[in-house]
Ligand binder design. Structure first.
Ligand code: SF4
Ligand code: SF4
Length: 424
């Protein structure tokens, strides 16, 4: 990192010794996974810079925002409406939880056998190593899975938590519950931010967040080309950064990168070589810096062409209508947009399996890799429905269950190579 941020970290109450250990773990991994790729697009330089400054510049920006009276709202799920936070002048950041850290502390308050993502966010908070977490005025939880729902009760001992009740079905009465939750969330955000959300501020926020989603969609569309002009790993990284970077700057940088990728497509230049098997990764979100499975897939000779993940298409594929006549209508539109997300917390969740089959066709995928975090019941159980539908359509599938450790890397590589050989 370019500057010395230690006094800032200290003022945030970080455990500096534990934080140093975390930072030391990141750069070598990043170098091996990302910087070792050949012929990367020049536009990736910005995203490398963001990672290089992961606990520096962006944290400084958050502190400056707070010094001006702005609020920082943390979230763990793509159901939390970023538009509403922005409309009240706040910054919404996705907290990562993609690394095993503070497990011993987390296990003091959580059972050992719980999904690594939940254990990680509790570990981050209890071991005071995450400057994003420590910058949050509030954390917004949701009732998407039982583990998270109960963990947020415990987390509220350490940071103010607001929980949104996400429905488990998509019937008319569930939609109406979710619309009221979105309104309650708006009232809560207005109260903590001390500012009223108006038609104009909401409309502006909707347009800004839509622009970010459209830029990401533009990037996704470019990957439909054979060969794809960019690696799946690089795209995952961009999708992860989307959750915490400055919205307008990020949008501009993704669009710049897409300009360059259009040229690469015209030249027939790809990240993967013309004949590599094309795969879609589906399942639980891969929070930063969880790059393990994508790295194994691509270093085994395949190209990831899409992510049916919350760190992927689920985050950006739908936009909010921009022609809402008033704030009430816009709130309903926002609620509807979020309820279109195909999270495995829903029952039934036929939208996800249909979507996957459609994506396989659109992205000319040779197969799908379904990746669940250990102890994640919603996705591990739903893998059965995914398997059934993809089998009916003749789309090869590999199911993987993993965690944040590296112990299973060899075994995963063997299984992936066998799968790629079969579909290649
Ligand atoms: S998988 Fe479901 S619960 Fe998890 S981030 Fe995505 S929408 Fe939220
Ligand atoms: S990965 Fe699964 S178990 Fe873990 S928080 Fe998400 S939905 Fe819940």
């Amino acid at each position: 990192m370019a500057s010395d941020y230690r006094s800032m970290w200290e003022s945030l109450g970080l455990d500096l010794e534990a934080h140093d250990q975390l930072l030391q773990a990141l750069p070598p991994t990043y170098g091996d996974v990302y910087l070792a790729q050949s012929d990367r697009p020049a536009g990736m330089e910005y995203f490398d810079f963001v990672i290089n400054e992961i606990h520096g510049l962006r944290i400084q920006e958050l502190q400056e925002h707070k010094a001006r009276g702005g609020k920082v709202v943390g979230a763990f799920c793509v159901f939390v409406p970023e538009e509403i936070v922005r409309a009240a002048g706040g910054i919404c950041i996705g907290l990562c939880s993609g690394i095993e850290i503070g497990a011993a502390q987390a296990e003091k308050v959580l059972p050992r056998n719980i999904c690594p993502l939940i254990k990680s966010f509790m570990g981050f908070k209890l071991s005071r190593v995450c400057p994003y977490f420590e910058s949050c005025d509030v954390v917004v939880g949701e009732t998407t899975c039982d583990g998270k729902k109960k963990a947020f009760e415990i987390l509220s001992d350490y940071v103010p938590v607001h929980v949104m009740e996400t429905p488990q079905m998509k019937r008319a009465k569930d939609r109406s519950l979710w619309r009221s939750e979105v309104r309650d969330f708006m009232a809560y955000v207005e109260e903590i931010a001390g500012s009223r959300i108006t038609k104009d501020s909401l409309g502006r926020a909707v347009r800004e967040v839509n622009a970010k989603r459209r830029a990401l969609m533009r990037l996704a569309e470019l990957r439909k080309n054979t060969p794809s002009p960019i690696s799946g790993k690089d795209c995952l990284l961009i999708e992860q950064i989307a959750m915490y970077d400055d919205v307008e700057r990020f949008t501009a940088k993704v669009n710049e990168l897409c300009d360059e990728l259009e040229t690469r497509v015209g030249e027939g230049r790809g990240a993967d070589g013309a004949g590599a098997p094309r795969v879609i990764v589906s399942g639980t979100p891969m929070a930063i810096p969880n790059w393990k499975v994508p790295h194994i897939i691509e270093s085994s000779g395949a190209a990831i062409v899409a992510e049916e993940l919350c760190t992927g298409l689920r985050y950006f594929e739908n936009t909010v209508p921009e022609d809402g006549a008033d704030a009430e209508r816009m709130l309903d539109d926002i609620a509807e947009r979020y309820l279109d997300i195909n999270c495995a917390c829903f029952t039934p969740n036929g939208g996800r399996t249909e979507k996957l089959a459609q994506l396989a066709e659109e992205y000319k995928a040779d197969g799908v890799i379904h990746c669940s975090l250990a102890f994640c019941d919603p996705y591990m159980v739903e893998a059965n429905r995914v398997e059934k539908v993809l089998k009916e359509r003749g789309i090869p599938l590999l199911k993987i269950e993993t965690d944040y450790g590296q112990e299973d890397s060899g075994q995963l590589k063997t299984r992936l190579e066998a799968f790629l050989e079969m579909i290649g």
